[in-house]
Design a protein around this ligand. Structure first.
Ligand code: GLN
Length: 481
């Protein structure tokens, strides 16, 4: 196996045993990027090689090449959310997660492609071109962190970080056959993450297996005074939860999640995983999350409302691109705002700004936004109730495997419905992970989602790691050349 196909824990063992160096891994990663990036388009910007070679600290704790989603600020680097409106914007400071990664010696390979401002489920809404799924280049990688998950699946990075507002780490992880974890809201600092919906956004790790996920979450997690929503709660060592033992655990299967329209191969993959965990000693019971049918509508009200407010700052004055209105036609300041936003934002971004502004406008605020918040509480209450008797919940991550590029691009509603299984975790703030649980006949990965109580990421590691010990899926690598 090439160095860039290894997991970080394997690399660290090899470095320790002097079988390879951090530079070997770094060089192998860049050589592979040269070969396959034209086909995958995982990155919007690859860091020039010479920039980082000299800065590799061979003695650092984790000198691991990592891709960063293009909505996370790296000091003095262009950071654009894959949007034209932020072209030329250079981040004045590091996001907290970047500082934490730097302290461990992690090596930034580049900013990864994403749906513009993280609006989407396929990475087709990027202004930097679509990313291709490394398992089948005609298919989407999922989204919005599709560049990050494709980079890991294509062996163009060992690790990646993404952000998850409604499933944007887990759904693309499921489509790309990698592990993507959304931590509890408040577990990882959002300082330096360009906001989409502030009450839902979380940064999280994207890796090849659960062990790497624990290693990376160990680095990312923790209280940050720079983020007022950051939780001041002790961070355990997540690697301690990598135990092959689910005996006595009670796991819920929500009946509302096994709906019509779910791909039979996905259903079978998840059911096989459930059987396997039963054999390991976990017990399963059917549970009910009665407000699930309102989750998509609620999410698209709350998320677009917050997004419209967050995106008001992109007006051509402080950040990125400024477009002047034609002098003969328009001359006022407001015309500059209009022109900048008309040219700088893509179609989906405009749709969300309009939808969100409408939901927040006087007269409609109570009917939409306020009602949305109330239903959000009902969804959270449903989950709280299930967690009174269950340690975790298991579901598919997405109703389908990766769809074809272009298949849903013209139908926003069917795209929105692909988030049905992931958004409840964001609306209620709980942690959830997607890990590979098989492949379809067409050779596309299937994802298993595990959800747990707030701040109980350990449970995700326990169940996910046990599952991995019995299955080969996390060891499969794409073979692009
Ligand atoms: N697909 C969802 C959306 O389009 C989730 C996006 C996200 O988590 N950033 O909003």
């Amino acid at each position: 196996m090439n160095y860039n196909e290894l997991t970080a824990h394997e690399i660290l063992e090899n470095i320790k045993a002097k079988k390879c160096s951090a530079s070997d891994v770094y060089n192998a990663t860049y050589e592979h990027i040269d070969k396959v990036e034209d086909k995958v388009n995982a990155y919007v910007r690859v860091a020039p090689k010479e920039d980082t070679t000299s800065s590799i600290d061979e003695t650092a704790s984790t000198p691991i090449p990592i891709a960063i989603k293009d909505n996370i600020c790296i000091e003095n680097k262009e950071t654009t959310c894959s949007s034209q409106i932020l072209k030329g914007f250079t981040a004045p400071y590091n996001a907290t997660v970047i500082d934490k990664l730097k302290n461990t010696g992690a090596i930034f390979v580049g900013h990864a492609n994403m749906d513009e401002f993280a609006f989407g489920s396929s990475t087709e809404n990027s202004s930097c071109g679509v990313t291709h799924n490394p398992w089948n280049l005609n298919h989407v990688p999922g989204g919005s962190s599709g560049g990050s998950t494709a980079a890991v699946a294509a062996n163009e990075a060992i690790w990646a970080i993404g952000s998850d507002t409604g499933g944007s780490i887990r759904q693309p992880a499921s489509f790309c056959g990698v592990v993507g974890l959304k931590p509890t809201y408040g577990r990882v600092s959002r300082y330096g993450l360009l906001a989409f919906a502030s009450s839902l956004d979380q940064i999280g790790p994207i890796t090849k297996d659960m062990t790497d996920s624990a290693l990376l979450l160990n680095i990312l997690a923790g209280y940050d005074p720079m983020d007022s929503t950051s939780a001041n709660i002790d961070v355990p060592d997540y690697t301690q939860s990598l135990v092959n033992d689910v005996k006595g655990l009670k796991i819920g299967i929500p009946k509302e999640f096994f709906i019509d329209g779910i791909d039979p191969e996905v259903k079978d993959g998840v059911n096989e995983a459930i059987e396997l965990l039963k054999k390991q000693g976990a017990s399963f019971q059917e549970v009910s999350l009665p407000h699930t049918e309102y989750a998509v509508a609620t999410y698209y009200i709350v998320a677009t409302a917050e997004a419209s407010s967050n995106l008001a700052r992109y007006d051509g004055v402080q950040y990125g691109q400024r477009k002047m209105a034609s002098e003969t036609r328009k001359t006022k300041l407001v015309d500059m705002y209009e022109e900048t936003r008309a040219q700088g934002f893509g179609e989906e971004t405009k749709r969300r700004v309009m939808l969100g502004t409408y939901c927040l406008s006087s007269g409609y605020y109570d009917d939409y936004y306020l009602k949305g918040l109330k239903v959000r509480t009902l969804i959270k209450n449903d989950l709280d109730k299930v967690f009174e008797e269950c340690d975790a919940i298991i579901t598919p991550t997405s109703p389908t495997t990766a769809f074809k590029i272009g298949e849903k691009a013209k139908d926003p509603l069917s795209m929105y419905l692909s988030d049905i299984f992931t958004i409840s975790a964001n609306l209620s703030g709980i942690p959830a992970v997607s890990l590979p649980c098989g492949f379809s006949k067409a050779g596309l990965p299937i994802g298993l989602q595990i959800m747990a109580k707030p701040f109980d990421e350990q449970m995700l590691f326990k169940i996910g790691y046990t599952y991995e010990q019995q299955t080969p899926w996390h060891k499969k690598r794409t073979q692009l050349t």
